[in-house]
Ligand binder design. Structure first.
Ligand code: CP
Length: 338
């Protein structure tokens, strides 16, 4: 397996050399099945959160501790000030420090920087470029790890692939359905984008079911179709949850925001309120092929997914969350191990 050498960044799974995802999954399984060694003793990862997290933060901290290293956690809400992102600007506004300087300085203290940026939220065309995390990657002198940007959530996708492999064994030819779910506070489509590309690369047949106006990013869909042609997989979309679930081996529930209404909260709320009935219940799940349920969490119970499904024997959601720990250990070991 080719080693990732600093500063190799992990912004999306596409940053990994061919074959690397499979190697990371094998290592994740080995790390899950045996006690961790202190392979990262003396190593530090800086975690920068520009918005909140429950799983990503705690699984990162636990992973580094169990590997003998440590983390420094910084929350933009309480620990530092606004950072300037514009290149070459006269800094006479609110931000007293530039990302360029913060990245260089933090690189002196940490062996990697993991970042969860906050999108500006005005324009999808602008935010989908992931300019903020790419700016950190340009100026950091250590690897930058994406803890969920606007477009990608590579760490979630690795944990999801690991969970799929544990549950289904060989993934080629298996059917994975992403089903949009209703929520007053929709999440980003990043986790779905990342797993969509990763799943078709593994040869899975993927269906995406959502109400009108909730299409995934067009360029990501094009990449997925191209990857599917190369791997013998398929990608299709449908406009109701029943067609989405029919015949699926795994139903991946997720509420993502409308990219059509991005930057317009009033239109977005109105569209969401019209999209009722997108709740995963036992009747819907029965249309699948003994279908398992996945969700990246946080999940709104009895709105996105009914209790009976979330707490039932086909639910993989806690296993998914646990696998964040093991798969992130694999990433950290590959990035930082000697
Ligand atoms: N799935 C996920 O990234 O969870 P958090 O937002 O809690 O980190």
């Amino acid at each position: 397996m080719a080693e990732l050498r600093a500063p190799s960044h992990l912004i999306s799974l596409a940053d990994l050399p061919p074959g690397h995802v499979a190697d990371l999954l094998d290592l994740s399984m080995r790390l899950k099945n045996r006690p961790a060694k202190a392979s990262l003793s003396g190593k530090t990862v800086g975690l920068l959160f520009f918005r909140g997290s429950l799983r990503t933060r705690t699984s990162f901290e636990a992973a580094m501790t169990q590997l003998g290293g440590n983390t420094i956690n910084l929350s933009a809400a309480s620990d530092f000030w606004e950072l300037e992102t514009a290149e070459g600007t006269i800094m006479d506004g609110r931000a007293p420090e530039h990302v360029k300087d913060a990245a260089a300085v933090l690189s002196c203290y940490a062996n990697a920087l993991a970042i969860r940026p906050k999108p500006a939220g005005a324009s999808w065309e602008v935010d989908r470029r992931d300019a903020e995390i790419r700016l950190w990657a340009r100026h950091a002198r250590v690897p930058v790890i994406n803890m969920e940007s606007v477009l990608w959530h590579p760490l979630q996708a690795l944990a999801d692939l690991m969970t799929l492999r544990e549950s289904l064994g060989e993934l080629r030819g298996k059917r994975l359905s992403f089903v949009w779910t209703q929520s007053p506070t929709a999440a980003s489509p990043a986790a779905v984008h990342s797993l969509l590309l990763a799943a078709v690369a593994q040869g899975m047949h993927v269906r995406v079911a959502h109400p009108a106006g909730f299409d995934l990013d067009g360029e990501v869909m094009s990449q997925a179709r191209e990857a599917a042609r190369a791997s013998g997989a398929s990608v299709e979309t449908c406009a109701n949850a029943q067609d989405g679930v029919r015949g699926a081996h795994v139903v991946y529930a997720r509420s993502w925001h409308s990219l059509e209404d991005y930057g317009n909260p009033t239109l977005a709320a109105s569209r969401r309120s019209r999209a009722s009935g997108w709740t995963i219940d036992e009747r819907l799940m029965a249309l699948g092929e003994e279908a398992k349920l996945m969700h990246a969490m946080p999940v709104r119970r009895n709105l996105e997914v009914m209790d009976a499904v979330l707490d039932g024997p086909r639910s993989l959601v806690v296993q998914q969350a646990e696998n964040r720990l093991h798969s992130q250990k694999a990433v950290l070991q590959k990035l930082l191990g000697s």
